[in-house]
Every structure is written in C-alpha cells, then in structure tokens.
Design a protein. Sequence first.
Length: 728
Amino acid sequence: MTILVDKKKKLFTLQTKNTTYQMKVGKFDHLYHIYYGKRIDHQDLSYLMYNGPSHYVPYPHEAKNRVGSLTLLSQEYPTVGTGDLGSVALDLENYDGTRVVDLKYKNIEVINGKYSLEKLPTFYANNGEAQTLKITLVDDLTGIEVELFYGVFGNNDVITRAARMSNLGKKPIKIHKMQSMSLDLIFGQYDLVHFHGRWGAERNYERLPLSHNVTSFGSNYGVSSSKENPGFLLVGKNTNETDGYCYGFNLVYSGNFRATAEQGALGQSRVTLGLGDDQFSWKLEPGELFESPEAVMSFSGYGMTNLSHNFHDVIRNNLCRSKYEKARRPVLVNNWEATEFDFTGKKLLQIAKAAKGIGADLFVMDDGWFGNRYDDNRALGDWFVNEKKLGCSLNELVKKINAMGLDFGMWFEPEMISEDSELYRHHPDWALNFPQRKALLDRNQLVLDLSREEVRDYLFERISAVLDSANVSYIKWDMNRPITDWYSKNLTKGRQGELQHRYILGLYELFGRVTRKYPDVLIEGCSAGGARFDLGMLSYEPQIWTSDNTDPINRLGIQYGTSFFYPVSAMGSHISDSPNQQNGRVTPFSTRAAVAMCGTFGYELDITKFSDEQKEQAKKYTKLYKKVQDMTCNGDYYRLASPFDRSNDLVAWQVVSKDKSESFLTVVVTNVVANASFVYVQLRGLEASDNYEVNGEIYSGAALMNAGLKLGRFKGDYPSQQIYIKEV
Ligand code: DGJ
C-alpha cells in the first residue's frame, strides 16, 4: 500500500520503497506538511510540528491561545493573505481586489493509477506502478477550490505533484502565481544545488548554503533556458555522492519557471517550484479550471547518485511515450559543423557515404534545406524544400541515402519566423511583437505566436507535407532564441499575462499532434544547444542536443551537471572537429569519442575529410559504442570524479548494467602533470562478491570498489581511458 489515509486523524501518508511523505489537517482545517524523508512506518509524526506561541507573527483569528501561525507551521500549499509570510505557492486577486485565498481541507480521494493533466504533459504509470492521492481544499468565501495531486511511484521513490484550481465562485479571479509544489521541512541545515549556465556552457553545478534570504531562480527566456535548469537539489551539509540525505525537484515544463528556496525564521526550510510568475497572470472565469504543470520530487537517504538513479529510471520508464525511449538510438552523422549552410545535395551524399563507411545508422540534414535559407538571416517559416540547392527532390535525396543503408533525418525550427520570409510577408501578425515597437531580434529571427491555432495549423500542415514527401525517420526540433516580445494580437488587453503559458500549451499541442501522426519518427530536441533541456520536452522527444559546445573538456562539466537529473539516453553528444569550432582546443580523437559516448552518440564534423587513420578510429568507436550502448543508455550512471572539483586532475564516470554483469568506466585527465602518481579509481555499483575481468585480469567486485583500480600514468594533452568490465 503506497497511500495511507487515516480519516479520523486526517493524517495522510505516502509510502515509497525507501521514503515517507506525511501531511495532516490541522485544528483550523489547514493542510500541514509533516515530514518527507527516510521511510518510517506506522507513526503519526505530527509531534514534530511547532506548537509554541506566535511572537509577533499573525495567527488565525480562531487561534485564541495565539498558537497556529501559518508562518511558523509547515504548510503543504501556502497561500497569500493567510499570515504565511514566506514565499507562497498561490497568489491571486479576487474580483473585489482582495489578495487572499484561505484554503481549508474539504476531502480526499485515493485513485488507482496515475493522474494526468488535460493540456500538459505528465509522467505516466504502467500497470499498477503508481497510485494517486487527490486532496481537495476550498476557500468557502470565494468558492476557489484547489485540488492537490500526488502521483506515488512506490518502487522508484518518486512522487509527482500538480495543483488544479477551479473557480466555483460567481466572479472572475486573476491568478498571479500558482506553483506546482511547495515543500516545508521543519528543521535541518541544507545546501542548495542548482545548475546555471549560458549558451555553450549549460548546467554548471553550483552548491550554496541555504540561507534565510530567499534564493529565487528561474527562467524569463520563454524556454526553460541555459541560464537555469528547473531541476535542483536540497542536500544535507555533509551529503556527497554516496552518503547523506538529499531531495531533488524538477518540473515537467519547457517555458518560464520560478523556483525559490529559503529558511524561515525558526530555521524551517521551504522550496517552491512552478510557473514563472514575472509578467504572469491568468484570468479565471467562474466555472473554469487552471492546472499547474507537474512537478516531480524524490528523496534519497544515500547520497546524490542514488537520487539521480531515481530520476533516471522514472524518466526512462514513465515520461516519454515515444517507442524510441526503449529502442536503441541510431548513431548519427549531422552535417551542421561540417558545412553549416554551404552544402549541396551532392555534398550531403558524400557525407552520407562516409557515414555508412564508419558504421553510422542515420544521416541528418541540418539547417539550410528550405526556402531561401542560405544563411541565418532569412527564410524561417518557409518550410518548402529548396530543390535547387539539393539538386533534386527530398524524396530523391532520401531514397539515395536509404539505398546506402542509412536512415534519414532533418532539421526544423518550427517556432520561428524570419522577417525576410514569405511567411512573414503574408502574416506579419503571426510574430510575437509589441504594437508600434520594433521587435527584439536574436539571430535575426522572431518568434511565432504559438498560442494561435491558425499558426499551429500552418506548422502542422508544413511539417506533415515535408515528412509525407519522403522517408524521414528523425527530426531535430530546434528553437534558437529567447522569447521576449510577449504580446499576442489574439489576446485582449487584460489577458496578455497569459501569453507565456499559452505559448507553451500551444507548443505541447503541436508536439502532441506531430508525435501522434508520426509515432515512428525519433525527435531530438535542441535550443541553441541545450537551452530547453527539461522534462516537458523529454515527454515528446527522448533525446536533446546537450550543448552546441562540443569541446570534450567543456562538455565534461556540461554533461556532469546534466546527469544529476537526466539519463545518458537523453543527452545528444557527438564527436566534433579538433581544434574545436567553439573554443579552438586541440584534443585527441579518443577523448572526443570517450566523452561523446556518454550520450546518444554521433558525429558533427566533415567526416569526408577523415584520414584513413581517423576512419579506422571512427569505425572502432562506433563499434564500441554499439557494444556498450544498452548499458550506458539503460544502466546506472555513477559520477566518480567531478569536473567542478578543482583539486581533481581528472574526471571519471562509470556505467553499470542493471544486472551488474558489465560496466564501463571512463577517465579523462584534464591536467597532466610530470612525475605523477598512478591514477587510482574506486568503482561503484558492482556486486562485491562477484569477479570481474578488467583488461584480462580478474578482480573481485569488492576489490574494485573498495581498494580501487590502478590505471596508468597519463601523458599528452587531455588523454583518456575507457575500460570495459565484465563479470566472469
Ligand atoms: C543551433 C543548433 O544548436 C545547432 O546544432 C544547429 O542545428 C543550428 N542551430 C542550425 O541553425
């Protein structure tokens, strides 16, 4: 039983394999949060709650003994105007201008299976994997009802959350903020781990002490962004990869978001996560519903690696409906860094031929195949094949590539429009733009108003027409600029604050249509590299281009940060040229291959220029990737040495198959020093009592994990080593 309801005590307990989450309805019918942490059976934990007096903080009028301030008590879903003076989850304006919603417990329902949301993607459950708890709260005066949903994935130690508001009153209200979740922890000292960045340097790991200041971060970019990722952790002061308690939170959403973390006056900790609230507002008419995106959380009492495994498993098994989530991903060759816009059909065929020669499965034609798109200043929106440039129809090109034994994929950037395009000349009003002002540009492009149905219809029709014209088995869905000019000609003055969210709802609606019509097409997400690497996107596309920065040494940090929430199977990672296109660094082929193998593998350079030696290397690494691919994509991932730990001269990670029968270790030396000691690595995740073969030698799992493996002494620039480990 994963959900326990004690109706008499009004005590609600969610049990997963290793964790317990408890809530209780209090004296004045508010819903309190009691506990989230290591599993505890058969215990009402409400004795933990603060029951001292309220010193100069407000308390409910009924609390005659001055006990019961919502600022001091841990809340399940704190709301505005109730005397909770921390960051609230819900802020709304009633018809009469009052800014208050006082939610009291109404009823509870346990539902077999996992809830879903009407217009937003959510995790799903396979047979019997999850249960749902729905708690309904109501403000009797206004008729505002909020349903809190909890999806309990017992075996994964994962709980999903969402909130749905109904306006059952007689007047419209305006929502200013509605978070998907809030979590109060009664006591404890924590660090906040978040993942910040920029183009070419996404998801940097940063660990800060949680303080009494509110730490607020999020995205105002219109995409989840490379500036901050929605996934973040609260970890105990001494927590590391293998020990200590930690919480992870993430959001199934691809647009603006807001996360807050703070300590209360008495040392309680609070985090909230949900829709971005800058410029956001939503008018809710009587009888209407508003649903928050889904949040997902997990607790580990055994360090951060374990926490990552919980997320990796639930993402791989319960998020993306694409058949490719489970299927082997193709090794691909993409022409972008090889040619950019300067290609012909003939050149593409040459690259495809070389791709076949190195054992790849898929050739991808990137940007530049449509309209008048000879550079990045024009033609976005004109999704008509440029047959003149290709020298043939798309179908003819694809047939030739298929005849080589390769699948074919292609690039789209559906959400964009260039001023210099036929689409813009016909529909200038389809672009987001403030009236009477010139729109902000980025890469000389504007953003289409995806909140409009006719815009989505056009895109669906165009994408379908192209896909129906040839045997296309993969799409790279790019999105290359932040959204800034938040004004839709389709919305009235009072509703412009809804646009950021309506854009994302429109995007998901379009993705839903495309994925339903083309279930056999693999979609890889991309957003100026990895600026939209989130669970919303991963609901439709099982893999995302991790970064435009393909330098393997920079990628160590990017892929390390990404790995806290997202599995290897989600990370697009390719071998590119040396010197690297973005930072000019020279690295060995072997290291570029080793790093690219920690993702969905491919090539991003002009492979027609490979020397014979490089061809042989490419063949060798493609073959090796295919050998370890099932393990890396579906196994357990271990971070052994961090690129953010400046005392390390190396970065190491390891993947272990679920049955622990094989493992794959990668070490990259980032700073080679003279007269160095040998490199020692303690492995993880093996079966202690089993024997494993490593480079022809036999070791026990216990020896490899406790004593460690002795590697060589490394020389040269950025050397690396990959080691395949097999149980014997
Ligand atoms: C940005 C992407 O991140 C690149 O990989 C490439 O597809 C370009 N866009 C094409 O314009």
